[in-house]
Design a protein around this ligand. Structure first.
Ligand code: TRP
Length: 447
């Protein structure tokens, strides 16, 4: 058997994992959830949950992955201890792979819109107004063309493998993303109206902390850290044994939460600057506009009103969104592709194209029945499946896997860990607290 690919360095892994984590969830989801959930109170709860709930779950995935050095299904089977848990591993692995594929099928549609708006900014600069208009109007043709384009980009990176595809492009694109993000923040913060937005974003209203807010923050943390479906597990499986997992996991959590926080410094003030320019920023019910209208209507009003500078700012904004989407989507596609490439006779390239084609078909189906399926698939995967899978993975680590093997795995790259805080707390934590907390929040939100 050919030797399995590995990230070439610690930085390579952090870039790839942070690239997966940092996506539309950070730049769009987090700021708008914050705005509609009482500003800084949500930020606070989010940070607590990211470190106390999402980080331990992330560790579970990274540890299983590096131990098994395989895709999610093979990995769970590998740590099973009997016939029943072996079958459970197969089932949970399947569920994860299907969920990852379905998440990609709606993510590719949204990311396609980002590409369309990116191209629109270019057409504006060139003065091609007819094309511009078509690019920003919602139509089946536009949606399918740009979804296909985005899928092709994702496929072409994944077909190239771990170091030549995932690592290479994450290390190129992530620094660029940060530069654009910081540039945009500086620009927006010096505009009129920005300080009102900052106030909404940063001043907590503690009276707003309620069960709904906590559940939203948990869902957001799970989505943002790409948890449950085996994405982080497969990235962990490409990590060298010399690296310390708890430290790397903490770095990824910190970077992800940090970028979400600074994205809020861009989006919320930008909304209030747009208000100065006459954009409608509240819904009829008095809530801040948070959904697609925010990105595709409110912010474009802002860009348009800023004249020729606005064209460049708009372009930079949609380049930022497209990059963030791409480094995330590759991590979703890697989940089914690694399974197919490792468990069937297909080569990586064949597996990538075949699975890419299947996901393209699912996305097309969603586009054909947009009103019925789009929201449904998002809820099915992110609201229901991700927390359930999160609990199942904690059960695998906390209850099924032998504790000695678990310890042996964490000790690699971190020999002194047995006496430390992490090993004292974490195993019990993933055994009891994580599943109970996740389930409680989940049941609350469903009932
Ligand atoms: N975390 C990414 C974001 O914030 C999305 C993402 C990538 C994801 N891989 C995932 C979400 C796996 C759930 C599962 O946009």
């Amino acid at each position: 058997m050919a030797s399995r690919e590995q990230f070439s360095s610690k930085t390579g892994f952090v870039m790839a994992a942070a690239g997966s984590a940092i996506g539309l969830g950070n730049i769009w989801g987090f700021p708008t959830q914050t705005a509609s959930n009482g500003g800084a109170a949500f930020v606070l709860v989010y940070f607590v949950l990211a470190f106390c709930l999402a980080y331990p779950a992330l560790m579970a995935e990274l540890i299983i992955g590096r131990h098994a050095r395989a895709n999610v299904m093979t990995a769970l089977r590998g740590i099973s201890t009997g016939k029943f848990t072996y079958r459970l591993g197969t089932a949970v692995g399947c569920y994860g792979v299907i969920t990852a594929s379905l998440i990609l099928s709606f993510y590719a549609i949204v990311a396609g819109w980002m590409l369309a708006f990116l191209l629109e900014s270019v057409c504006q600069i060139l003065g091609w107004s007819d094309v511009s208009k078509w690019l920003v109007s919602f139509s089946f043709e536009r949606n399918i063309i740009f979804m296909a384009l985005f899928m092709m980009l994702t496929i072409s990176i994944i077909a190239k493998g771990v170091t030549g595809g995932i690592e290479k492009w994450s290390t190129r694109l992530m620094p660029l993303l940060i530069v654009i993000l910081v540039g945009l923040i500086i620009y927006v913060l010096i505009q009129d109206g920005a300080s009102e937005g900052l106030r909404v974003y940063l001043l907590p209203e503690f009276s707003q902390i309620n069960p709904r807010l906590i559940i939203d923050a948990m869902g957001q943390a799970f989505f943002s850290l790409s948890l449950g479906v085996g994405t982080m597990l497969i990235y962990g499986s490409y990590l060298s044994e010399e690296e310390s997992l708890p430290a790397l996991g903490a770095a990824v959590t910190l970077v992800d939460a940090g970028i979400a926080f600074i994205a809020g410094l861009l989006i919320i003030p930008a909304i209030y600057v747009a208000k100065q320019y006459g954009a409608e920023i509240f819904t009829d019910a008095g809530q801040l506009i948070a959904g697609p209208d925010l990105i595709f209507q409110v912010l474009p009003v802002l860009f348009k009103s800023m004249g020729s500078v606005g064209m460049v700012v708009g372009l930079a904004f949609f380049v930022l969104m497209s990059i963030a989407s791409l480094t995330s989507s590759i991590s979703m596609l890697e989940v089914p592709v690694s399974l197919a490439a490792e468990e069937t006779a297909a080569s990586r390239v064949q597996a990538t194209w075949a699975i890419g084609a299947i996901i393209f078909c699912i996305s097309t189906l969603i586009l054909l029945n947009f009103d019925a399926l789009f929201g449904f698939v998002i809820d099915l995967t992110t609201v229901y499946s991700q927390p359930i899978l999160g609990v199942l993975l904690c059960i695998f680590v906390g209850w099924i896997w032998h504790r000695d093997n678990l310890l042996a795995e964490i000790k690699k790259g971190h020999p002194e860990i047995q006496g430390g805080f992490f090993w004292k707390v974490w195993p019990t934590y993933v055994r009891f607290f994580c599943p109970v907390l996740i389930m409680t929040a989940f049941i609350q939100s469903v009932v």
